[in-house]
Write a protein that binds this ligand. Structure first.
Ligand code: NAD
Ligand code: UDP
Length: 310
């Protein structure tokens, strides 16, 4: 199959491309390199089945493909808040352009949505039919509401134009190829501990998150794309930790003498988050296999190499 991956030079997109290339597909990676990097897909550059296109999805593009994995959008709060209007354009105009492409060439369209559509949830853990608690005018809304509109667009193109869609709601995912300055908690804590800097815990560290390793997530993507279910389907690891527990785990694995310092909690920071993965288990036969300690070990090894190469 010929498969387009938008945001393919990013963290998750590049892991997905590895899997698709290894399976023998023709892959087009499309990215504007805002938070992605050519080095993430370096091993495929020059391969006859791989094509790299520098393009911003807020502009339309004409391509002939069978499947579209639509991941292009900054995912870390510091990056999506850097230019919030651009984040909304990417989610709304960008998703509309990619759905328009899917409609024209009759490609199956996969949307990378997010657990952020649940906002600061008052139902715990979060099942797919929970409609969320999102602040429409807060500093996270360019991303949260942007993704909610992206989901709406996907379902409207499906109902109105018969576009074949798949929607995944991704919970916090980590692994090699996150950016060192990404701002997300796992990469921040690892890079800080490796550099001998204090680990920055926001608030009192009692807020929770559930961390999924990248390879588990990508397996879920591929199963959903090739299933008969439109979704939305949660993909994430239900193992829930407080941010303080995560800091202490990483401290223990890298440098037990590393200091923990407390910084103000960002506005609208969700207090808790854990996926209900009943649907993924029953409909896709999917569940995560990589334990936090093991995933952290791999991620630490990656950042150690990158920091040593600096
Ligand atoms: P990332 O920032 O590494 O990847 C996003 C990619 O999209 C980057 O390569 C970036 O350059 C590209 N991009 C951004 N705006 C673009 C535009 N206008 N045109 C073309 N390319 C553009 O982030 P990631 O963690 O790999 O996230 C991938 C997708 O998964 C995103 O849609 C994100 O919202 C979603 N997601 C990720 C997580 C997570 O924990 N990693 C959680 C929920 C949802
Ligand atoms: N966080 C933290 N220290 C950091 C970065 C993040 O304590 O250096 C916290 C953040 O406030 C949030 C959690 O870790 O409660 C997860 O943050 P991240 O940005 O990784 O993801 P999101 O908030 O989007 O789930």
């Amino acid at each position: 199959m010929r498969i387009l991956v938008t945001g393919g030079a990013g963290f998750l997109g590049s892991h997905l491309i590895d899997r698709l290339m290894e399976a023998g597909h023709d892959v087009i990676c499309l990215d504007n390199y805002f938070t992605g990097h050519r080095r993430n897909v370096q091993q495929w550059i020059g391969h006859p089945k791989f094509e790299l296109i520098r393009h911003d999805i807020t502009e339309p593009i004409r391509l002939e493909v069978d499947q579209i994995y639509h991941l292009a959008c900054p995912a870390s709060p510091i990056h999506y808040q850097y230019n919030p209007v651009k984040t909304i354009k990417t989610n709304v105009m960008g998703t509309m352009n990619m759905l328009g492409l899917a409609k024209r060439v009759k490609a199956r369209f996969f949307l990378a949505s997010t657990s952020e559509v649940y906002g600061d949830p008052d139902v715990h853990p979060q099942p797919e039919d929970y409609r969320g608690n999102v602040n429409p005018i807060g500093i996270r809304s360019c991303y949260d509401e942007g993704k909610r509109v992206a989901e709406t667009l996907a379902f409207d193109y499906h109902r109105q134009n018969g576009v074949d869609i798949r929607v995944v709601r991704i919970f916090n995912t980590y692994g090699p190829r996150m950016l060192e300055n990404d701002g997300r908690v796992v990469s921040n804590f690892i890079v800080q501990a490796l550099r001998g800097e204090p680990l920055t815990v926001y608030g009192d560290g009692s807020q929770t998150r559930s961390f999924c390793y990248a390879s588990d997530l990508i397996e879920g993507f591929i199963r959903l794309m090739n299933s008969e279910h439109t979704g939305p389907i949660n993909i994430g690891n239900p193992g829930e930790y407080t941010i303080l527990e995560l800091a202490q785990t990483i401290q223990g694995m890298i440098n037990p003498d590393a200091e923990l310092i407390y910084k103000p909690l960002p506005q609208d920071d969700p207090k808790q988050r854990q996926p209900d993965i009943t649907k993924a288990k029953t409909l896709l036969g999917w569940e995560p296999t990589v334990q936090l300690q093991e995933g952290l070990k791999q991620t630490i090894a990656y950042f150690r190499d990158r920091i040593e190469a600096e």
